[in-house]
Design a binder for this molecule. Structure first.
Ligand code: ADP
Length: 747
């Protein structure tokens, strides 16, 4: 809108108005249609930083090249529309009171029209707006400061329009919810990240509350856009309009996941502590170390002291009242130490009101004064009566066993899981004449072992320790007179529930006498064997000679007698051979002459041989899965094995007529089975038949001749061929013996 200016610019120069305008407290200038400055008062010149001579008659755009360009199009508009143009908040540097300052002005460009309505000139008014600008700057600065503060303290800010539900928020809020920092997230989106429970029970509740109270506050769990679970805390304020209607909310939000995590951890550890307390039945107390008065007890504490925590109250001198008099000193000593070291620990007996005695254990820690409270000892008490009783029992029983061990003539020794021996009974020390330390120092005990057995002894012991398998070895120990005697040593590992060795318990038994007798026996057998062999061989030779000379005689009695003699002499030869084998086996001197040979040939030949002397049974042979196999071993000994199984099969099936033999291949082993349909054996017997001199006892067996050494030798032969022997049998049905050997070549 135009302003009618009553006087023409030229007539103002001397006039009254000129004077007035010169003195106005705001800048005032006139510019004609050509943008030439025609008038400027002092303030205007001051603002423009120019002298009157510099500006009057000059073009505006020449005077202010930078702003002029911008202003002129607006002025054109002013001229066209007649509306004034406001150029607000121009910042201009001015020297005021000798100081260069930023000063802010609002410039207004007004069009001036003459009476006939024609454009005459522009009036430029410059008004200083110091307060407003300052406030704005301040607000801006404050805002910036707030933004920095909130961002650096990881606080997001938000503003919610309660009428439109539009939300404006800081970048950090987007980040909390897993969005890009520039992404704007709607109010609805934000809510969708809340857990269902928290949304209904926490946030919406807090929201309703806020509308009433004006304060909005909650902590809730969210799952952010990337699926990360977080905790957030909000603090807000509601703004109401003049009618008391809530219009907007303003607030901050923080990611408190870390804090929550540690809170949860703290809660958990509290819980764990409580559970541990419960489980260990620990009582707790707080105590003033100066007065020794307790001022806090847990119910369990009271319970230990025989009080009913739900009904009774007690004085703080409870310990003084109940401590067993023998422990008063112990306690005083422990308390003195606690003051020095900060740790309280002692065990004591207490006497309860009913006269019964208990053992308790106290642990405590001296806590330094804090927050105005005095230093105090916080501790736990545990009822250890059962433990103490148990310990006493154990130590009594240990004493008993030690006494027993020491009074035993046998040597007893105990080792650690790693094989180090830590205990030797009195017999060991007495026998060797060494002292205890000598034995436990390194492998000191090894010194009394005969040098010939030391290496093997150590190897077997280390093997047992490694495999946790029992140890057994026969060796000689040197006694205090420097003589060696034979001992049988055995050790067994004591295992815990996890199968770990807790200790080794070993014994060494003097078997010297036995050994000597055994040697005598072996010598005797050897000698007897030799002495028997000569006459038997002689008899055999004569029988064969007689058979040759008179075998076709008419005299049936003579021929039968000769055959019987020959049969029995053969059996005698086998028996003598077995006896010799046994004595050789025991001294580890059973010689083996190993080479590869055909198992098929061996089996068929052995069957043929047996058939020649035993006609009572038919021996069937079946070959499976193979045409032949070669094995590596002592052919004579393997023949002996099969021979033994076949003669047993015949011997122990007197009422049967058939024996079945099979040869087959399984994996890389050749298996031979011998099956009979005779008296069989039950499970108990089966386990023992491979033992030396074992014979099944029963009415039947009495009638079967034998020594009970055949299978023992068979087992030993198989062991020494890396072979196996086993049996399936059923009483009165029959037996099936198997032996297997590793295949040398599969032909
Ligand atoms: P023996 O000289 O007594 O036959 P062995 O060592 O050969 O000695 O056998 C040991 C025991 O095993 C025998 O006494 C017998 O009781 C039992 N036995 C062996 N083979 C058979 C079998 N085929 N049937 C039943 N019992 C058998």
């Amino acid at each position: 809108m135009g302003v009618n200016f009553p006087i023409s610019p030229s007539s103002l120069s001397e006039g009254f108005l000129t004077n007035v305008l010169e003195k106005t407290p705001f800048g005032f200038a006139l510019m004609n249609g050509e943008y030439i400055v025609e008038f400027a008062n002092d303030i205007w010149l001051e603002i423009a930083h120019k002298t009157r001579d510099e500006v009057i008659g000059k073009k505006f755009s020449d005077l202010f090249p930078e702003t002029g360009e911008q202003i002129i199009p607006h002025c054109e508009n002013v001229r066209k529309t007649g509306n004034a143009f406001h150029a607000p908040e121009f910042s201009i540097k001015l020297v005021r009171n000798g100081v260069l300052q930023d000063v802010y002005f609002n410039f207004i460009y007004h069009p001036v029209y003459n009476e006939s309505g024609n454009f005459q000139c522009f009036v430029t008014v410059a008004m200083e707006v110091p307060e407003m600008i300052e406030i704005k700057t301040k607000v801006k600065e404050d805002e910036e400061r707030l933004r920095l503060a909130t961002e650096s303290s990881h606080t997001a800010t938000w503003e919610l329009n309660l009428l439109t539900r539009e939300v404006i928020h800081s970048h950090y809020l987007s980040e909390i919810f897993g969005y890009g920092s520039d992404e704007l997230v709607s109010h609805q989106q934000l809510r969708s990240h809340l857990s269902e429970y928290d949304r209904i029970h926490v946030v919406e509740k807090a929201f309703e509350e806020a509308l009433k109270t004006g304060i909005y506050k909650y902590e809730a769990q969210i799952t952010d856009k990337n699926g990360v679970e977080k905790w957030v805390a909000t603090n807000g304020k509601v703004f109401f309009d003049g009618l008391g209607q809530p219009t907007r909310m303003l607030g901050v939000m923080q990611d408190i996941s870390e804090r929550k995590k540690s809170e949860i951890l703290l809660k958990q550890s509290h819980h764990q502590l409580n559970t541990a307390m419960e489980a260990t039945k620990l009582g707790t107390f707080d105590m003033d170390p100066e007065s020794l008065q307790k001022y806090n007890f847990s119910p369990r504490f009271l319970e230990i002291f025989g009080y009913d925590a739900t009904k009774e109250t007690i004085g703080s001198n409870i310990l003084e009242k109940h401590i067993h008099k023998n422990f008063i000193k112990t306690r005083a000593e422990a308390l003195r130490e606690a003051k020095e070291t900060g740790d309280l620990y002692y065990q004591t007996k207490i006497v309860l009101r009913d006269g019964s005695v208990k053992w308790i254990e106290l642990y405590g820690r001296l806590l330094p004064p804090a927050n105005g409270s005095k230093a105090y000892i916080s501790g736990t008490v545990r009822d250890i009566t059962d433990l103490k009783n148990f310990e006493e029992k154990i130590s009594a029983s240990e004493k008993k066993y030690r006494f027993l061990a020491d009074s035993m003539p046998q040597m007893v020794w105990i080792g650690e899981p790693d094989g180090k021996l830590t205990y030797f009974n009195k017999s060991t020390l007495d026998y060797s004449g060494k002292d205890y330390n000598h034995f436990i120092d390194g492998n000191g005990w090894l010194e009394i072992v005969h040098p010939e057995e030391q290496k093997e002894n150590l190897r077997l012991w280390e093997k047992s320790v490694k495999t946790k398998k029992p140890f057994a070895y026969e060796h000689r120990f040197r006694n205090k007179h420097n003589e060696y005697r034979w001992f049988m040593s055995r050790a067994y590992p004591e295992l815990d529930e996890l199968g770990n060795v807790t200790k080794w318990v070993g014994t060494s038994t003097d078997i010297d006498e036995m050994k000597r007798q055994e040697n005598q026996k072996n010598d005797f057998i050897k000698m007897a064997n030799h002495e028997l062999k000569t006459p038997v061989t002689t008899i055999k030779g004569y029988v064969q000679l007689l058979k040759k000379m008179r075998g076709d005689s008419e005299d049936k009695f003579l021929v039968n007698s000769l055959n019987t003699i020959e049969n029995q002499v053969n059996k005698l030869t086998v028996l003598i051979g077995d006896l010799l084998d046994i004595s050789r086996m025991e001294s580890g001197k059973l010689p083996l002459n190993k080479r590869e040979f055909s198992l098929l040939k061996l089996v068929t030949e052995t069957i043929e041989d047996i058939k020649a002397s035993e006609q009572s049974h038919q021996i069937n042979f079946e070959l499976k899965h193979t045409t032949d196999v070669e094995v590596y071993g002592d052919k004579e000994r393997i023949t002996q094995v099969l021979n033994n199984l076949l003669t047993n099969a015949i011997k122990y099936s007197p009422l049967a007529t058939v024996v079945n033999v099979k040869l087959y291949v399984e994996k890389n082993h050749a298996v031979v089975s011998v099956e009979d349909f005779g008296i069989g054996m039950d499970g108990k017997e089966l386990k023992k038949i491979f033992e030396r001199f074992y014979r099944v006892s029963g009415d039947d067996e009495e009638t079967f001749p034998g020594f009970g050494i055949g299978l023992f030798i068979v087992k030993d032969i198989m062991d020494r061929h890396d072979g196996k022997i086993w049996v399936e049998s059923e009483k009165n049905k029959g037996s099936k013996f198997y032996f297997s050997l590793p295949i040398f070549t599969n032909l």
